[in-house]
Design a protein around this ligand. Structure first.
Ligand code: ADP
Length: 149
């Protein structure tokens, strides 16, 4: 599609849409919450990735597969804290609310992950949103749709 004359226009449009315009409400649990709590949250909130905080600041994230891995292991799910199974800082890929949708889509593609925490702050990061493949997909449907959709 690179040679297509509309390519630059599409890129310009995606650069002009901010993450905060299409992000969702994040699912956040404290690092002391259990793996069992995490599994419940995935079902109740119908999400795939939970962001993990300590004293309200981002310290990690837990994906569906992280939860599945511990569920098939020999551990007490109610006694195992999410901090034991999470992917932790500084390895968390995040995005800012004012970053472009294109930057977010690139990060999701490059790191092969489903979700990015949308964060504000310098060293201590507050989670203000969640940007997932679903948000990007919804945007594509919206951009491609006619007036009635
Ligand atoms: P799943 O594991 O359910 O397929 P992902 O592909 O998003 O979901 O996650 C793959 C791995 O990457 C997991 O171990 C997860 O903890 C980690 N991960 C998920 N999101 C992020 C992120 N934003 N930054 C860093 N690591 C992440």
């Amino acid at each position: 599609y690179k040679g297509d004359p509309t390519h630059l226009e599409i890129r310009k449009m995606l650069d002009g849409i901010h993450v905060e315009e299409i992000m969702s409400v994040p699912a956040v649990l404290d690092e002391k919450a259990s793996v069992y709590d995490g599994i419940c949250a995935v079902f109740l909130e119908n999400i795939g990735t939970i962001f993990i905080t300590r004293q309200g600041f981002l310290v990690g994230c837990v994906s569906r597969k992280d939860l599945l891995r511990s569920a098939i292991g020999q551990v007490d799910l109610e006694k195992t804290p999410l901090s034991m199974i999470m992917t932790r800082m500084p390895n968390i890929i995040s995005i800012g609310p004012k970053d472009s949708v294109y930057t977010a889509a690139q990060a999701i593609d490059q790191w092969e992950i489903d979700a990015l925490p949308v964060v504000v702050g310098e060293e201590q990061l507050k989670v203000v949103g969640r940007l997932t493949k679903t948000n990007i997909n919804r945007l594509v449907v919206e951009l491609g749709g006619d007036d009635e959709s």
